[in-house]
Design a protein around this ligand. Structure first.
Ligand code: HEC
Ligand code: HEC
Ligand code: HEC
Ligand code: HEC
Length: 264
C-alpha cells in the first residue's frame, strides 16, 4: 500500500516534468516561428531606405512579408526577394547587401526577374526563408546546390546559352570551354553524345561540390596514383576557369522556353 502510494507520487512527478519539458519546447517553437529571420532583414531595409531614397517614399511602397516569384514551368518558387527586397528597385545600387539593386541592369533587362527568378542563375534553395538554407550553406544531404560563388557564376549562363557563343557575355565560361577542348578532356570524357568512353560521363558534373571538382582537376592522382586521368599541372587560376565550364554541365530540368535558340 505504502509502496504503491510512493510509486504513484513518483509517476505524477515524472508526468509533471515531461509536461513541463513539452511546454517549454512548444513555447520555443512558437517563439521562433513568430520572429522569422527575414523579419529582421525587412526591418533593416526600412531603416536604410531613407539614406538612399526620397524620404517621401513611405512604408506603403515596400511590400513586406514573404515575397515570391512562382515559375510554374520551371517548377520553382524563388523567395530570395523576401530578404533581397531592393533587388528590382532603382536607386539602391550602393546600398549594402542584401538590399542592393541587382548589378548589371542589362542582364536583368534581358532576363526579367519576374520571368527568371533567381535560382536559375544563382542556384541555392529558392523556397527557403533563412539565409543558411536559401544560400544552401547546409549539409549536402539536405540540399545539393549552394548558391554559386561570384567567381563561378558564369557557369549558370552555360545552362541556357551555348558557351562557344559567349566570348563577350560570359568570358570565363568561354575560356573554360576552350581549355576543356584544348586539353583533350573530351577524348576520354563524354558530354551528351560526344566524347570518349574510357572516363566517366560528364554531362551532369554540376551535381558534385566545387571542392571535389577542383581537387579532381588539380590533383587527379591524389587518391589513386595509377589513375589514367592526367595531371596537367594547372595553376589554381586556370583550374578555376576550367571549373566555370565544368559547373555549367548540368542536367537539372530547365524548360524549353528558357533556353536560347542555339541550346534547344
Ligand atoms: C533570410 C534572408 C535571405 C534570403 C532568404 C536570401 N538571402 Fe541572399 N543574402 C542575405 C544577406 C544578409 C546577404 C549579405 C551577405 C551575407 O550576409 O552573407 C546575402 C547575400 C547574397 C549574395 C551575395 C553574396 C554572396 O554570398 O555571393 C547573393 C548572390 C545572394 N545573397 C543570393 C541569394 C539567392 C539566390 C537567394 C534565394 C535562393 C537568397 N540570396 C536568399 C540574406 C538572404
Ligand atoms: C540571368 C541571370 C541572373 C538572374 C535571373 C539573377 N541574377 Fe543575380 N547576378 C547575376 C550575375 C551574373 C551577377 C554578377 C554581376 C556582376 O558581377 O556585376 C549577379 C549578382 C547578384 C548579386 C550581387 C552579388 C555580389 O556579391 O555583389 C546579388 C545579391 C544577386 N545577384 C541576387 C539576385 C537575386 C535575389 C535574384 C532574383 C530576384 C537574382 N540575383 C537574379 C545573374 C543573375
Ligand atoms: C534559365 C536560362 C538562362 C540563363 C541561366 C541565362 N540566360 Fe541569357 N538568355 C536566356 C533567354 C531565354 C534569352 C532570350 C533570348 C533568346 O531566346 O535567345 C537570353 C538572352 C540573353 C542575352 C541577350 C542576347 C541574346 O543572346 O539573346 C544575353 C547577352 C544573355 N542572355 C546573357 C546571359 C548571361 C551573361 C548569363 C549568365 C549570367 C545568362 N544569360 C544566363 C536564357 C538564360
Ligand atoms: C586519359 C584520359 C583522361 C583525360 C584526358 C582526362 N580525364 Fe578526367 N578522368 C579520367 C578518368 C579515368 C577519371 C575517373 C577517375 C579516375 O580514374 O581517377 C577521371 C575523372 C575526372 C573527374 C572527376 C569527376 C568524375 O567524373 O568522376 C573530373 C572532374 C575530370 N576527370 C575532369 C577532367 C578534365 C577537366 C580534363 C581535361 C583537362 C580531363 N578530366 C581529362 C580520365 C581522363
Amino acid at each position: 500500500m505504502k509502496y504503491e502510494k510512493k510509486f504513484a507520487a513518483r509517476e505524477t512527478f515524472r508526468i509533471l516534468i515531461l509536461g513541463l519539458i513539452f511546454l517549454v519546447l512548444v513555447g520555443a517553437v512558437i517563439w521562433k516561428e513568430s520572429r522569422p529571420e527575414y523579419k529582421s532583414y525587412q526591418q533593416g531595409f526600412i531603416e536604410i531606405l531613407p539614406d538612399y531614397m526620397d524620404p517621401s517614399l513611405g512604408l506603403r511602397d515596400v511590400s513586406l512579408g514573404v515575397q515570391q516569384i512562382y515559375l510554374p514551368r520551371a517548377d520553382r518558387v524563388d523567395r530570395c526577394q523576401t530578404c533581397h527586397l531592393g533587388i528590382a528597385w532603382k536607386g539602391l545600387e550602393t546600398a549594402p547587401l542584401p538590399y542592393q539593386t541587382h548589378p548589371d541592369p542589362t542582364l536583368t533587362w534581358v532576363h526579367p526577374i519576374e520571368r527568371f527568378g533567381c535560382t536559375l542563375c544563382h542556384e541555392g534553395q529558392g523556397y527557403a526563408l533563412t539565409k543558411a538554407e536559401a544560400h544552401g550553406l547546409v549539409p549536402r544531404q539536405y540540399w545539393s546546390k549552394p548558391i554559386l560563388p561570384k567567381e563561378y557564376l558564369q557557369a549558370s549562363c552555360g545552362k541556357c546559352h551555348n558557351p562557344d557563343l559567349m566570348e563577350n557575355d560570359a568570358p570565363k565560361l568561354f575560356a573554360g570551354r576552350r581549355l576543356y577542348l584544348e586539353k583533350g578532356c573530351i577524348d576520354c570524357h563524354k558530354i551528351g553524345q560526344i566524347g570518349g568512353t574510357i572516363a566517366p560521363d560528364q554531362s551532369n558534373l554540376a551535381r558534385f561540390s566545387i571542392r571535389y571538382l577542383l581537387e579532381s582537376v588539380l590533383h587527379p592522382k591524389a587518391n589513386d596514383p595509377d589513375s589514367v586521368m592526367p595531371d596537367l599541372g594547372f595553376t589554381e587560376e586556370r583550374a578555376k576557369t576550367l571549373l566555370v565550364y565544368l559547373l555549367s554541365l548540368d542536367e537539372t530540368y530547365i524548360p524549353h522556353e528558357y533556353k536560347t535558340v542555339l541550346q534547344q
